[in-house]
Design a protein around this ligand. Sequence first.
Ligand code: SF4
Length: 264
Amino acid sequence: MMEQKRIAIYGKGGIGKSSTASNVAAACADEGFKVMIIGCDPKSDSSITLLGGKRIPTILDLLRQKIDVKEEDIVHEGYKGVKCVEVGGPEPGIGCAGRGIIVAIQKLRQMCKSIDDMDLIIYDVPGDIVCGGFVAPIRKGLVNEAYILTSGEYMPLYAANNICKGLAKIDTPLSGIICNSRSVTREEEIVRKFSEEIGSKLMAFIPKEQIVQDCERDGYSVLEKAPDSPVASVYRELAHAIMSNNSSVLPSSLEDERLRELTR
Ligand code: SF4
């Protein structure tokens, strides 16, 4: 039996982590893998495109209502059997996101025994690593592979670089960089260079295609709604690259001047 992959996708807010996570989940489900996606974002939109546009209640919201939560309340089956879970976030101004993730995932593990049977668990983690709280899933051993999503623009790369610093600090290797294109000039080259210079590798270059947003708006992944589109093949290749990836490195990070030079 293959070892369970538990991956987290980090990256600057708004860079497309949820859409990448859900398309990879769908592509792996197409290949017959048992997949669970755990959205850790207060917006709870990691799983929406695997559920035909349906929003599911978050674990933290249910726990706050103090009702007797059951597995079927928090684990919802979506496209090709992908198990979808949304952790949710703290109420604004109260509580800690990182702590919330831990509480919610402990609850999930108590209730959902089939979590151990999954081939792939994807944690869709919010924002940049701004503090120790966001690396909570890694620290607790819930994640065994970290990926960073970026584009070739300065700000997402700056965030990616910071995430590398954070990962190195907690002694966690990086398994690869994924480029979600914003149609920047020489973008693939920039992100490839960045990946190499921090000691990692570029897993995929996802072109900017309107069809991704169109499918998302309709509540579907590209794999489900437009499986014959070229970008669907890119997600398939990325899914394959992730499932067969067994190398990771402790990333180094770049000086800000070098980062600016790369993106100039
Ligand atoms: S920034 Fe860190 S400490 Fe603050 S809520 Fe988020 S995870 Fe918790």
